[in-house]
Design a protein around this ligand. Sequence first.
Ligand code: C2E
Ligand code: CA
Ligand code: CA
Length: 657
Amino acid sequence: MVRPPRLKRMLSVPAVDAELMRAQFQAFSRQVPLLYFILLVNTASVAITHLASAPLWLSLYIPLGLGGACLYRCARWWLLRRRPLTTERAVGEMRSLVWVVGLFGFAFSCWSILLLPYGSAYQQAQVAFYMSTTLVGSVFCLIHLRVPALLLLCIVILSFCGYLISTGDPVFIAMAVDMALVGVALAVVILQYWRTFTDAIQAQRELQTSQLNTQRLSDDNFRLASIDSLTDLPNRRSYFASLRAMAEQAAARGGSFNVGVIDLDGFKQVNDIYGHASGDLVLQEVGARLLALGEPALLFARLGGDEFGVLVCEKLSNDALVELGQRICDALSRPYQLAGNVAELTGTIGWAAFPDAGSTVEQVFERADAALYVGKENRRGKPVIFSTEHETRMRRLSLVTQELRHADLEAELFLEFQPIYDLPTQRPIGLEALGRWHSPRLGMVRPEEFIRIAERTELILSLTDVLLRQALREVAHWPADLYLSFNLSAVDISTSARARRLIDIVAASGVSPQRVTFEITETALTRDFEQAASALTMLKQAGCRVSLDDFGTGYSSLSYVHRLPFDAIKIDRSFVTDVDTNSASKKIIKSVIDLCRNLGLECVVEGLETPLQADVVKALGAHAVQGYLFSRPMRSGAVGGFLQTALAQRQATETHS
Ligand code: C2E
Ligand code: CA
Ligand code: CA
């Protein structure tokens, strides 16, 4: 490898530190006019005083040439001063400056050395004075440029001192020594200043880096605070921030957009059956499937639990919205592979349009949620667009909620009882208590309606207490071989304390716990399976019976039967409705009856309405049955008469046979 000549290396400006170089150049730029002012004024004064004593080429033409070069450089500076200082430009300028300064130093030194022999001693002193002041002035103007400043110092001192010494004149020699010493001092000043300058730039750079890091850190924190760590989707906070921004924009421009809320059906079962790790996998997969839809105009977010949000940046027609919603639901309802297991889930989505359905962020979201609520009740796995019908439902919901909150439960709640029969003997074996509410303002409210509302507001706890006490008071008047079947809600078995309370109420009534069956629906078990299981075990240990209600309407029903201590299963009436026409319903009823027989459980077939249905289920091996065919639910006052009639009928049949 060829080593570059030493001088060239010394004078080269390495582009290692672009930032430092830019700072140097910027600092120097500010001194440029001053530098050329010093050069021009000093040169002009020496030239003028030598006009008479020195030849014209020396006293006029050369200074004019030098002055012209100064003016050219100065003008160039003026023209380029606003141009953006890129790293390349700074490096280029710095490199050319070394040569320019070298040339200028050499030219001015030669001129003054050539001028020295002319004129009087005063004029000679003036030239020496000119050299020193110009040198000091120029060096200070170049102080930010270490290499050019040192180069200038060397050229001027060496050439001038060399010449002065060569004259052999003691005064000139003294002057040369003096100049050399001042030159050394100036070199020290240049180096020291350089160190201070680079330190300051370094400190500034460190400050910028630390500011940059702080900014990056705060950006990261912001990102983390707005991203759901499980799915990597935006979180609830971020969703509402986007929703707010879109609403503001749409309101300002008169635009509109759609808001969606998605809820998974069957997610809790996955959590309960396969564990939370599998639940997490499902949520991650849901996030991935939503993103894989690859819709650029959609923003998905995880709002919490198994609830996801969608924002559609444009207003779609209802048809397009249904089509999009269906695509989302279809993507979510594909089977989920979980370490050896396959989970089946569906997603339901509620849509609402801004500003048609709601003109505030809260309103439009609430309405999408209302559409979802309706969807989850009637159209699981499908998109539902908010409509005025939902609005009416919401109004009714809030009205009933208000009335229920202020209701005098003791006075307004009452029970109806529906007998459970033994089909072969046609004998009542128990009665199911069904809650009723007569509100002074609303009149009779359907149990599905007020019970769901009570469940949402936790009013269900007081409601259960009141109804259970009422029911137990009735049982005391019934024949001892009849049991009470009482419906519980998820909240009733959500803590051990609540289960304990039910046991205490039964104990305080004096009714034998063996005569009390608590009915729990599958969906009630899905809230917190472990807790529900332990509450049911407590009820069992207290001597009560537990029964699985509405069997077949939920998910993974069989797994509950195996894992929980049930005494009975009630087959949902939806299977009975078409048992005489639908072979699938028939098969299901048959297999559940057989399953119960194998497990030693009682099986109650609900909802029998026609003698034909009764014949079919009887042929399938059903024993316990319930339905309008035998008796509609009756007020407590009617139970006594009913039981007497039933007894009389039985005695009459027994006598006949
Ligand atoms: P469920 O526990 O499945 O109760 C049976 C429902 O089916 C009752 O409706 C009953 O009147 C009705 N039913 C009985 N036989 C037939 C029939 O042959 N055909 C038809 N179409 N229906 C029949 P109800 O009283 O309206 O209760 C509805 C639901 O409300 C109940 O369903 C139960 O889940 C809930 N519920 C009622 N009372 C209470 C209560 O005191 N506490 C709780 N937590 N839930 C209750
Ligand atoms: Ca029931
Ligand atoms: Ca039922």
